[in-house]
Design a protein around this ligand. Structure first.
Ligand code: AMP
Ligand code: GLY
Length: 468
């Protein structure tokens, strides 16, 4: 089968690598020449992936059987619609269904209309005059979000990105002045997790749950980024996440699939729920209409036993064979190597020297993102996330240690979060939720209409599976 992969980042490198393992041929449509994709592709074309005409022309010229759209921007620009109109089966929702990601306001309104009660308190002031009164209605800290796409970087959280509510109000007004819509949300306390699933007419088919590290620097300091790294646990849950929590999140995905279909926007692609696990259960922060970057790479690394090409064809056609959904029972840790200053003021152009063979010989996978080839074993860092290294093992901290050990084969000026996947960081997150869920813990300032809290973990020590 011949696949068109739209997009040129590490996520698309991982999609292509998983397809190649299933015997598929790859054609790439991307703005950049990703060295990883270049190596795998039968043909590769430089084009604007958000411009439907060029993408469709390439799909036709190369007679592709299926198209897979990696990033959000082409989905928001209607590239999936154009491919389907040209009778190319496509993994990726229509422009209208992709509004679940490209318009946070549409997402909140859709869930409210459908009675899906896993939302924070939120408000969408329509004019500058309404901002002050909307801010005043939040009894506690709040979050300001542009409704449109911001590559994970436009969200301001009180306590991290601003202190005084007045600053939040000014930011909200500035978004309105620029002609956008803005959302104000209650600031939730908890641990985030990403639940992705293949979603099509026949249902919702889950992937392993992943935790992403959004903040640029260690200890969750610094600005919000697209994600500095991520991990997944051997049993496909997370140290702080029970199967009941995960099932609750999957129910939100299933009900959202139905709500989209009822709204006349059926979804064929990858639906990604970004949740906060709070004292009262999982609450939806946002939906994405695609594989997470990096979270999708963790899941794809674990996909081996089924036939990924058949699986994606099924998603595109609207019928998935559940037997094709097979993820290995291993923990994964992914760390992104990024240019110095990434998250605030990135300094692109630095050279990285990687001995890819030596890294892969240690069992660590290498996926290229925002880099240009610059000679044998050398890449030049762009201004975004450069190279993803993924380790696997039976325990999360061992997978993290494998990535750390592979760093000896990388030279150059880069930044990486060493704390991702360490025992200390995992224990801190587990303890955070234990405290939040303990009987007598201070409740959220606003009553959330979400599922009742699970019983608090009874022991004061992290469970064994935290380390397994
Ligand atoms: P989003 O693009 O909506 O996922 O927001 C980006 C990041 O901002 C999330 O991953 C969270 O870390 C943070 N965030 C968003 N909404 C909230 C919220 N209501 N409460 C606390 N943190 C939030
Ligand atoms: N890692 C967050 C995202 O893919 O949007």
């Amino acid at each position: 089968m011949r696949f068109l992969v739209v997009g040129g980042g590490a996520r698309e490198h991982a999609i292509a690598a998983t397809l190649v393992r299933a015997g598929a041929e790859i054609i790439v449509a991307s703005a950049n020449a990703n060295p990883g994709l270049e190596r795998l592709a039968r043909a590769s074309r430089r084009l604007d992936p958000t411009e439907p005409t060029g993408v469709v022309a390439l799909a036709r010229a190369e007679s592709v059987d299926v198209a897979v759209i990696g990033p959000e921007a082409p989905l928001a620009a209607g590239v999936a619609d154009a491919l389907r109109a040209a009778e190319v089966p496509t993994v990726g929702p229509s422009q209208a269904a992709a509004r679940i990601e490209s318009s946070k306001l549409y997402c909140r309104e859709l869930l409210a209309r459908a009675g899906i009660d896993a939302q924070p308190a939120w408000s969408a002031p329509a004019s500058i005059e309404e901002v002050e009164s909307a801010v005043a209605r939040f009894p506690g800290p709040f979050v300001v979000k542009p409704s449109g796409l911001t590559a994970g970087k436009g969200v301001w959280v009180q306590g991290s990105d601003f202190t005084d509510p007045k600053e939040g109000a000014i930011y909200a007004k500035s978004i309105l002045v620029q002609g956008g819509r803005v959302l104000l949300e209650e600031k939730l306390d908890g641990e985030e997790f990403s639940q992705m699933a293949f979603v099509t007419d026949s249902g919702v088919y889950p992937m392993p749950t992943v935790q992403d590290f959004k903040r640029a620097r260690e200890g969750d300091q610094g600005g919000n980024t697209g994600g500095m790294g991520s991990y997944s646990q051997r049993d496909h849950l997370l140290p702080f996440l029970s199967s009941a929590d995960r099932d609750r999140a999957l129910e939100v995905l299933a009900r959202t699939r139905e709500a989209l279909a009822q709204d006349g926007n059926p979804f064929r692609g990858i639906l990604y729920g970004g949740f906060m696990l709070t004292a009262r259960g999982p609450v939806l922060l946002e939906f994405n209409a695609r594989f997470g970057d990096p979270e999708g790479i963790n899941a794809l690394t674990l996909y081996e036993e089924g036939d990924f090409a058949e699986l994606l064809l099924g998603v595109a056609d609207g019928r998935v064979d559940p037997n094709l959904l097979s993820f290995r029972l291993r923990a994964t840790v992914l760390k992104y190597l990024v240019p110095p200053g990434y998250g605030d003021r990135p300094q692109p152009g630095g050279l990285l020297f990687l001995d890819v063979e030596a890294i892969e010989a240690t069992g660590v996978h290498v996926f290229f993102g925002s880099v240009d080839a610059a000679g044998p074993g050398t890449v030049k860092l762009g201004s975004s996330r450069g190279v993803a290294l993924v380790g696997e093992a039976s325990a999360i901290h061992e997978a993290g240690a494998r990535v750390e050990s592979a760093l000896r084969f990388v030279k150059g000026d880069y930044y990486v979060r060493h704390d991702i996947g360490t025992k200390e960081d995992l224990a801190r997150r587990w303890e955070h939720l234990r405290r939040l869920r303990a009987p007598g813990a201070k409740p959220s300032p606003i009553p959330l209409s979400v599922a009742p809290p699970e019983a608090a973990p009874s022991s004061a020590a992290p469970p064994d599976r935290l380390l397994g």
